[in-house]
Design a protein around this ligand. Structure first.
Ligand SMILES: [Zn+2]
Length: 329
């Protein structure tokens, strides 16, 4: 990958290019922005260029020893901290600090990439601070984070922060079509639904589970709007099976209600998020009053906070379903 292949993020890229051109690499950078927005990809390109022995700006040469090892993921001058766990511990940072003391072997720089830096414990952040206060000349540390506020002020003040912006609807749509990830109709929906985050759009377009969950969730919303209270318990099974994706399912439900509201109020079908389900939405507008839609959205929000507060899952879901099903008299 090179910087030219990135869609959007012009401001961030211009600043990074200037830093590379002027050979004014600082020691610490924070890449801040939503999950899936491209922080890691850009950090990796930046790292590959810093590690390359040639004088390059857009892309590493790919031929020098440092590049070859980097591309083979065996360059000891590149150190990554990445975890699926909930936190990055002080021991992880201490281990990294031992490595920082060793001069680069093949490259002009040593690059340390700490992904999801919001997971650094307070102790780990304080420990990392020591390296940021007196970094060796060859060290380049990049922290990526979806929550800049989780980093202590002293880390932020010793780093240069890059704020990653969301992509436009058109940029995301073009990305999906150019990469063969979606046809025109699907791309319209995914681009709207992913809210300007290309990583999210890519994930949605390749996930069968998301497609299935979305179809099923919409089917359930339409069904319970017409059915009797006792039938609600038959749809609970879907929520039980998809406990892990409950947040996503609730998002789908809210967006569907949002679309009914928007079309009901404005009559404008062009601002639908579920643009590929236009017919279903238009056909159902008269089955939902505005008041009912607001109430249903509220019931879903309540379920979300109940789940966060660890209220019994089944009970919380069934209460939501009953509220959504309830007729307004
Ligand atoms: Zn190179």
């Amino acid at each position: 990958m090179n910087f030219n292949q990135i869609i959007g993020q012009d401001e961030v890229l211009d600043r990074i290019r200037t830093i590379i051109k002027n050979k004014k690499e600082g020691h610490a950078y924070i890449f801040s922005g939503s999950k899936g927005i491209g922080k890691k990809t850009i950090a990796e390109i930046f790292a590959s260029i810093a590690i390359c022995s040639e004088d390059v700006v857009e892309e590493s040469c790919g031929k020098c020893k440092g590049c070859k090892l980097f591309n083979g993921k065996t360059n000891p001058d590149f150190y990554r901290i990445s975890t699926k766990e909930n936190s990055i511990s002080v021991d992880d940072i201490r281990k990294m600090q031992k490595d920082v003391l060793i001069k680069p072997l093949y490259s002009p720089k040593k690059v340390y990439l700490i992904e999801d830096a919001q997971k650094l414990t307070l102790q780990a952040q304080n420990c990392l601070l020591k390296t940021l206060e007196e970094p060796p000349s060859y060290a380049l540390i990049i922290l990526t984070t979806s929550n800049n506020d989780a980093l202590i002020e002293t880390i932020r003040s010793r780093s240069v922060t890059f704020l990653f912006k969301k992509n436009t609807f058109d940029e995301v749509k073009k990305f999906l079509i150019d990469n063969g990830l979606a046809n025109e109709r699907e791309a319209d929906f995914i681009a709207a639904y992913s809210d300007g985050v290309i990583g999210r759009a890519k994930e949605l377009s390749t996930s069968n589970e998301f497609k299935e969950n979305r179809d099923k969730a919409i089917e359930i919303l339409l069904k319970i709007n017409e059915c009797k209270t006792k039938d609600i318990f038959s749809v609970y099974d879907f929520f039980e099976r998809n406990k892990e994706s409950i947040d996503e399912i609730l998002d789908i439900m809210v967006v569907f209600y949002r679309d009914l509201l928007v079309v009901g109020k404005s009559g404008n079908e062009n601002i639908l998020i579920n643009s590929d389900k236009k017919d279903i939405i238009v056909n159902n507008i008269n089955n939902f009053s505005t008041e009912k839609l607001f109430k249903n959205i509220k019931a879903i929000d309540e379920l979300r906070s109940n789940i966060r507060r660890n209220v019994n899952y089944q009970l919380a879901v069934e209460v939501m379903l009953m509220k959504v099903q309830e007729e307004i008299l």
